[in-house]
Ligand binder design. Structure first.
Ligand code: HEM
Length: 520
């Protein structure tokens, strides 16, 4: 112990020792801030991207970025251009904006940047071991291929009626739509309650089969909630922070994974692989190129990854879409007319083919994703010093790079009047999408250079795009056919809330719905 220990010193000058401790901490903080500020002013490395000024070391720009990433990106783009670095809770993040920035990051070599190094501490405790970011990248590529091979047109044809059935059942059970009175003609529904539920019911039913879907009426919904609560910005920074949410996440991971294991064992024993779901595709096909077979535990864990990959993204998108449609009665009625034109006056059961013939419906989804890309930041950890194309900047190993595909999607360079929700701006020509830019010449390809990338690009691109369109298209069609709805009190569409892992509408997210035909 040093001679001038706190107690001794306190005894000498009659100051309680905790005052000394506080004074010590305050001095440390002040010195750290001063050193941090001076370092930014005096030592600017010309070979590194400019750093966003911040007072508090470690915390860096976390508050400004976390509250409104798009405002933060825009303000700093004005100061520095498309490339700059900011400090986020001790991590150095280099942002590269615009289509070129997206291309640079999303198409970077796997030897140079790594998604698993950026995400695995967050995802592995939730999904489980051996899958997604808890395995080498080439394994993930094959896991995605296995999952994708389940998502065929043949499967989608069976998914549409299954989703229709789920939506109808939901309306009969959910207090947002039903209160025991079959003649209920109108009510107020909270979308951020209803849409996550509808999303998980429809995704589990189609992607994982009836038995797993049934478990969501029992304990599974709560377990998935527990997994969700372990998938927060807090866990991104402190993956194993000892709080109840972390303990519940770990317990839920084991129980959910065990449940999938039971189902896998049962299907293997009975030899019943008849459902066109992803579990069966994995059971039949999940052998890697080098002959290694995915274990049942890995297949089980993969199911959690797949369900969670589409859960918040699709739930947020359907909620935003319903809010925008509710705010625009003309659009709502045009969507209704489209249902009748494509399917017939008596609105028979919806089919997958019907959905393909509904340009306004698909443009509404596309426009929703343009304005409200659920994932505002896609991150990679840098594995080798990375030179930014066309500049002398080098991002060193150990830093992170961050792509924000949502930025060009709301940029006037690419979209006229980008903050206006206007599905008619989309004019679909097969896979090529005409862009409503000032020049009207540009076309949007699916390459990373495109200004429209709601599903990402490159090796980590989403595998769920077609499924998401089927799921969202079916759910939205069902709402359009059954209800008219508006936002309460003439309120406009809510502003985004960026504080969770995906961009959600801020509360209240209610609609007032009225049934088009009151049931007898
Ligand atoms: C990857 C968006 C629905 C499964 C991604 C990425 C984006 C994205 C932007 C790239 C992430 C990155 O580069 O770091 C969306 C949106 C969705 C959606 C906007 C719905 C509106 C789904 C669904 C599934 C799914 C329904 C599952 C059926 C995946 C998977 C990846 C992925 C497995 C690959 C992750 C990787 O390779 O690192 N998604 N997604 N997504 N998504 Fe989706």
């Amino acid at each position: 112990m040093g001679i001038l220990s706190g107690e001794l010193l306190a005894g000498l000058v009659k100051i309680p020792s905790w005052h000394l401790v506080l004074a010590g901490i305050a001095t440390f903080v002040v010195v750290a801030i001063v050193v941090n500020v001076l370092a930014q002013i005096l030592f600017r490395d010309p070979n590194r991207p400019p750093v966003v000024f911040h007072y508090i070391p470690v915390l860096g720009s976390a508050v400004e970025y976390g509250m409104d990433p798009y405002k933060f990106f825009e303000e700093n783009r004005k100061k520095f251009g498309d490339v700059f670095t900011f400090v986020l809770l001790g991590r150095k993040m280099t942002v590269a904006l615009g289509p070129k920035g997206n291309d640079f990051i999303l198409n970077a070599k796997v030897s140079d940047v790594s998604a698993e190094d950026a995400y695995h501490h967050l995802t592995t405790p939730v999904f489980g071991k051996g899958v997604v970011y808890d395995c080498p990248n080439h394994r993930l590529m094959e896991q995605k291929k296995f999952a994708k091979s389940a998502l065929t047109v043949q499967a989608f044809r069976t998914y549409v009626p299954a989703i229709v059935e789920e939506v109808r059942n939901y309306w009969l059970k959910s207090p947002q739509f039903f209160d025991g009175d079959t003649n209920r003609a109108s009510a107020n529904a909270h979308l951020m309650t209803a849409m996550p539920e509808l999303t998980i019911f429809t995704a589990s039913r189609t992607l994982q089969g009836k038995k797993i879907r049934a478990k969501f009426d029992e304990s599974f919904a709560d377990l998935y909630h527990d997994l969700d609560r372990g998938f927060t910005p807090l866990h991104f920074v402190f993956p194993n922070i000892p709080i109840p949410a972390t303990f519940r996440r770990d317990a839920a991971q084991k129980k959910v994974s065990d449940t999938y294991m039971e189902l896998i064992r049962e299907r293997r024993q009975t030899g019943d692989f008849s459902e066109l779901d992803i579990i069966n595709t994995f059971l039949k096909e999940a052998i890697y190129k080098d002959g290694v077979r995915m274990t049942d535990r890995e297949i089980a864990n993969m199911q959690i990854g797949i369900l969670m990959g589409g859960q918040h993204t699709s739930a947020a998108t359907s909620t935003w879409a319903l809010l925008h449609i509710g705010a625009d009665p003309e659009l709502r009625e045009a969507l209704y007319r489209e249902q009748i034109e494509v399917c017939g006056d008596d609105l028979p059961e919806l089919t997958y083919e019907n959905l393909q013939n509904m340009p306004l419906l698909n443009s509404t989804i596309r426009e929703t994703l343009r304005m409200h890309m659920p994932l505002h930041s896609l991150m990679r950890k840098v594995r080798n010093d990375l030179t930014i194309q066309g500049s002398h900047y080098v991002v060193p190993k150990g830093h992170y790079v961050l792509a924000a595909p949502g930025v060009p999607m709301i940029d006037t360079t690419y979209f006229r009047d980008p903050m206006t929700f206007r599905p008619s701006r989309w004019d679909e020509v097969k896979n090529e999408i005409k862009l409503d830019s000032d020049s009207e010449k540009a076309t949007i390809s699916k390459g990373a250079n495109s200004p429209y990338l709601p599903f990402g690009a490159g090796r980590h691109r989403c595998i769920g795009e077609q499924f998401a369109f089927v799921q969202l298209g079916t759910i939205l069609s069902m709402f359009v056919r059954e209800f008219t709805w508006t936002l309460p009190d003439g309120r406009g569409v809510p502003k985004p809330d960026y504080t969770s892992m995906v961009t959600l509408p801020s509360e209240p997210t209610n609609i007032i719905w009225t049934r088009r035909t009151v049931p007898k």
